[in-house]
Design a protein around this ligand. Structure first.
Ligand code: ZN
Length: 268
């Protein structure tokens, strides 16, 4: 209700009460209420100075709601116990610019194993391995919200999955233990776990994955692990490059060559 309408309503109410008390027996004309309704409806509020203020407040509310809507990032496919909670039904955009500028190295160790096809195991390594000592602090690569802290004996061991405001998810595997709980907000660089050697692991290390809508992206396409920084502040996800895992057969090497060529050219 606008200020003008409130004012009219109060005036009408007082007038009505006065009229009623003056002559309690007297009935209001049948058309009285409808007359007032039409009067209220025809009030022009465009000249009302309160309207502009109301509008800016309204815009602010819309903006806040939009921001909350943006945080749909934290509601879509959230309630899942899977490392890829999106499944195969999700629509993958052709391209998407992802702000990765706030990156903090999860551990200080060097890369001990790269992303990609491992002929020895006949399967894809969906992350990158980083050296650490058992008990070393593992930090959140970006700000976000912890989605999972789980244990998988035959795989990740103790692991943490964090979803980030930029839409990426990061996975931290083979931990001694998690220091965070699901639904907890964390800042980039905040300790989230202690490194370890749990699950299918052949020595202490951090298995680190970067995923977008469930797709494992080569972390080295985003991060310069040697210099503990990002290659670029904005990582451009390209469905043609990142939307498919390297095939598990011969073509894999071609794909990897392309990816590494791309990486080395980026570094220059
Ligand atoms: Zn690994």
């Amino acid at each position: 209700m606008t200020f003008g309408k409130i004012k009219t309503f109060i005036t009408v109410t007082i007038a009505t009460l006065a009229a009623l008390s003056a002559s309690a027996q007297r009935q209001l004309p049948a058309g009285h209420n409808s007359q007032h309704s039409s009067l209220l409806a025809s009030q022009n509020s465009s000249a009302n100075p309160f309207k502009i203020e109301n509008n800016s407040r309204l815009l602010q509310d819309v903006k806040q709601r939009e921001e909350m809507f943006d945080n749909e990032v934290f509601s879509v496919a959230w309630e899942s116990q899977l490392v890829n909670p999106y499944g195969n039904d999700v629509v993958i955009p052709e391209r998407k610019d992802i702000d990765v500028s706030e990156y903090v190295a999860p551990v200080t160790g060097i890369v001990t194993s790269n992303y990609g096809y491992r002929p020895r195991f006949g399967r894809n390594h969906k992350g990158i391995d980083l050296a650490l000592h058992v008990g070393d602090t593992v930090r959140a690569a970006f700000s976000g919200k912890v989605r999972l802290t789980r244990y998988e004996r035959a795989g990740y061991g103790h692991y943490v999955v964090i979803r980030h405001e930029n839409g990426l998810e990061t996975v931290y595997g083979h931990l001694s233990r998690a220091l965070v709980k699901p639904n907890q907000y964390v800042k980039a660089g905040e300790p989230i776990a202690l490194g370890g050697n749990t699950g299918r692991s052949t020595g202490p290390h951090l298995h680190f994955e970067t995923r977008y809508l469930g797709l494992a992206i080569n972390p080295a396409d985003i991060i310069d692990f040697e210099n503990k920084t990002v290659l670029r502040d904005v990582f451009t996800f390209n469905k043609k490059i990142h939307g498919v895992l390297p095939p598990v057969k011969a073509k894999a090497s071609k794909k990897r060559t392309y990816a590494s060529r791309k990486r080395s050219s980026k570094k220059k």
